[in-house]
Design a protein. Structure first.
Length: 85
């Protein structure tokens, strides 16, 4: 969010944009999403309930297996680039 949100820091009021997206995961499958710059001014963006998961092979798992067959050697040799995204 581009609009600034005020909060108190070391006795002064400062203003920064809400630039953090935070996910809260709770037992039972509840997922809550907030956007904030500090916890005092968080805005709840959404609340969701996860569906049941079965352990059967999904199309996503099949896609991952196919990708690893094709690119697995390169990943083993070079790893995954974790910076500069």
């Amino acid at each position: 969010m581009k609009e600034v949100a005020p909060f108190e820091s070391f006795g002064e009021i400062v203003e920064y944009p809400r630039d953090a997206l935070v996910f809260g995961l709770a037992p039972g499958g509840t997922v809550v999403v907030w956007i904030m710059n500090r916890s005092e001014n968080a805005i709840e963006a959404g609340r969701y309930e996860a569906g049941p998961y079965n352990n059967e092979k999904s199309s996503y798992s099949q896609w991952v297996d196919e990708y690893l067959e094709k690119e697995g050697e390169h990943l083993r040799d070079n790893g995954i680039k974790l910076n500069g995204w």
